[in-house]
Design a protein. Structure first.
Length: 148
């Protein structure tokens, strides 16, 4: 399992939105410039996030994106699942399992149990970590420049 740039940029973009004053909408270009991420790629990611109901878009003058829920109610697992799809440490812990050794599902494969437990723990950490938790880990992230 490796989180792609899309997953990373989704979290970075949502953290930027989480730092904004209530009610402020932000254009993708602003986030792209501030966070040094490609604007067109971030726009595609934000389309997925909007479709999943994590952010809301407003068109027209003064438009942009805002979070739909408070940062304390948005966890990393739902963000990553939205952008990356369900990810797994190994094929045997997916919806379409296959044993690594023989390309056949083996009920007695000792690795599948270990991979399933590891997957469960990774998912637990991601599910209990919210955008608000990440902001608390780095107080500098909370400070917003009032240049907008």
């Amino acid at each position: 399992m490796q989180i792609t740039r899309a997953g990373e940029y989704a979290i970075i973009g949502l953290l930027y939105l989480a730092r904004q004053p209530a009610g402020r909408t932000v254009m993708v270009d602003e986030i792209s410039d501030a966070e040094k991420v490609p604007s067109s790629f971030l726009a595609k990611i934000f389309q997925s996030l909007a479709k999943a109901g994590l952010i809301q878009s407003q068109r027209g003058a003064g438009g942009g994106f805002t979070l739909v829920r408070p940062p304390s109610n948005i966890n990393l697992l739902e963000i990553l699942n939205c952008v990356e799809g369900a990810f797994a440490l190994q094929k045997c812990v997916t919806d379409d399992p296959a044993c690594v050794v023989s390309d056949q599902r083996l009920d007695n494969c000792v690795l599948c149990g270990v991979f399933a437990e590891a997957q469960s723990r990774v998912n637990e950490v991601l599910a209990r970590t919210t955008l608000a938790d990440l902001l608390k880990r780095n107080p500098k992230l909370i400070q917003i420049e009032n240049t907008h």
